[in-house]
Ligand binder design. Structure first.
Ligand code: GLV
Length: 325
């Protein structure tokens, strides 16, 4: 599409954003920030026309929702890199352009992956509980003995942008990298050097000490961590999920953690967020975070800027690298 020069895009924002991102959006477009608990209803009932709907993961943009959007909406902009909450096919059918936020949050999420690995390896949940409950009675050589990551094998399922950046950091910690992807990557990767390719998730989990989920949630990957996959893991395995909760069959993981068939899990994402399986709450070998992988100032600003750039490019008839549809 091409806007007339001087015309500003009208953008309806259905997600809460931090102040600097709101300011940058306001400087770029005519923006309405909805404070309605049901922003899509407010959008449908608004007497103004909007070109763009900006939203995030908590809004399920399924086919029905897409079909019920006001006719003026010509683009969807999700404040996320993941797009499993959007029916892209339905958006394509309705002729909508769709934008997301690749790249800009990858360092933030990769750092969080390392945090989760270390959190499990160093028994962060038990340590924090001990000190905060005021039950700590002093240093002891037997207390909360963890593992170091140095010398261990990291297996990454989904060696995309985020996976590669985790591998780069894990190498600096002295880990050896294994991965599984649709296709092997060229040897001697610029970010992390050489890594061992495994053709399947089954092979990968059997070979490593830390198993990291960094792949998108698709028909192929949903539920991939099930009892059968976990039965191939070593008893010392640390499982880390920075991708999507529905990659994991919770009952199978909770069972394996409870029975000590794997060492622990570091989880930033959960099926059915925020209503995670209550079975996780009492497991001392689980280090859990409330989906904060991209929650850094740098990533949040980058996510706003890449959407502004993409929408600006689209409005002036140029191609945008973060346009999906
Ligand atoms: C967060 O999970 C995202 O997809 O941006």
């Amino acid at each position: 599409m091409t806007q007339e020069p001087g015309d500003r895009l009208a953008v309806f924002v259905a997600v809460e954003l931090i102040e600097p991102v709101r300011r940058e959006l306001e400087a770029a477009f005519d923006v309405v920030f909805s404070s309605d608990p049901e922003p899509l209803r407010a959008l449908r009932e608004s007497d103004r026309d909007f070109d763009v709907l900006l939203f995030a993961l908590e809004t399920s943009m399924d086919a029905r929702t897409i079909e019920s959007l006001p006719p003026g909406i010509r683009a969807l902009a999700t404040y996320s890199v993941g797009t499993d909450h959007i029916d892209l096919e339905a958006a394509r059918r309705r002729g909508l352009a769709v934008f997301h936020t690749p790249g800009v949050l990858a360092d933030s999420v990769a750092e969080n992956a390392i945090f989760l690995m270390l959190g499990v390896a160093r028994r962060a949940t038990e340590s924090i509980d001990l000190i905060r409950s005021r039950a700590w009675s002093g240093w002891s050589p037997t207390q909360l003995v963890g593992l170091q990551l140095s010398g261990r094998r990291l297996g990454i399922l989904g060696m995309g942008d985020i996976g590669s950046r985790v591998a780069h950091r894990a190498r600096a910690l002295g880990m050896t990298i294994f991965y599984s992807n649709r296709r092997p990557l060229p040897p001697d990767h610029a970010l992390f050097g050489t890594a061992q390719f495994c053709a399947t998730a089954e092979e990968l989990i059997a070979d490593v000490d830390v198993f990291l989920l960094a792949c998108p949630s698709t028909g192929e990957t949903r539920g991939i961590v099930d009892a059968s996959l976990l039965s191939r893991a070593r008893s010392d395995l640390i499982l880390v999920n920075i991708a999507r909760g529905d990659l994991v069959v919770d009952a199978a993981l909770i069972d394996a953690l409870r029975a000590g068939r794997i060492r622990g899990a570091g989880l930033d994402v959960f099926a059915g967020e925020p209503d995670l399986d209550p079975g996780y709450f009492d497991l001392p070998n689980v280090f859990m975070l409330p989906h904060i992988g991209s929650s850094t100032l740098e990533a949040r600003l980058g996510m706003g800027r890449i959407l502004i750039e993409g929408l600006d490019a689209w409005a002036s008839g140029k191609t945008a690298p973060n346009r999906l549809v």
